[in-house]
Design a protein around this ligand. Structure first.
Ligand code: NI
Length: 164
């Protein structure tokens, strides 16, 4: 298995809407394994393919009930509201309380191409929405209020100056 470098804020691949997967082959299974390994190594709870530079609609997560792989995922319905201190492996070291829907019903495919369905709430619901955002080229920064956003830009600006 391969541990990949996780792409950080500023990398254009994080702004791409990822391409749908149409080939459920060994290459896809290997990608999922490598993504899980990379996520565990980084001590994250979720990882989307474009975070390792791969333009494919697949994410992995483990919200405490074991690893889940979702290919070509889509969110069917959300409900409720929950505030959670949310961070992102591509925006390391920063986190903010962000309000999002609490419960999420999502559909997608497993590595064999079979349709799967998940109902997540609290952490699992949060991860599903966060990773779905990644596959649509969106980062958690877009969910910040104006004050949080100013703080984020200041912190990210400082980091950019440290590592040009
Ligand atoms: Ni993230």
């Amino acid at each position: 298995m391969t541990v990949f470098q996780i792409r950080a804020y500023g990398d254009p691949v994080l702004r791409q809407v990822t391409k749908q997967v149409d080939l459920f082959d060994e290459g896809l299974a290997k990608l999922a394994q490598d993504m899980l390994e990379t996520m565990h190594e980084a001590e994250g709870v979720g990882l989307a393919a474009n975070q390792i530079g791969v333009d494919r609609a697949i994410f992995v997560y483990d919200a405490g009930d074991g690893p889940v792989v979702m290919v070509n995922p889509r969110i069917i319905e959300t409900s409720g509201e929950w505030s959670y201190e949310e961070g992102c492996l591509s925006v390391p070291g920063l986190h903010w309380p962000i309000v999002r829907p609490n419960r999420v019903h999502a559909k997608g495919h497993d590595l064999s191409g079979a349709e799967i369905e998940v109902w997540g709430e609290e952490l699992e619901g949060r991860v599903l929405q966060h990773e779905m955002d990644h596959l649509n080229g969106r980062l958690l920064l877009e969910h910040l209020d104006p004050v949080q956003r100013r703080e984020a830009m200041a912190a990210l600006g400082a980091r950019t100056l440290e590592k040009p």
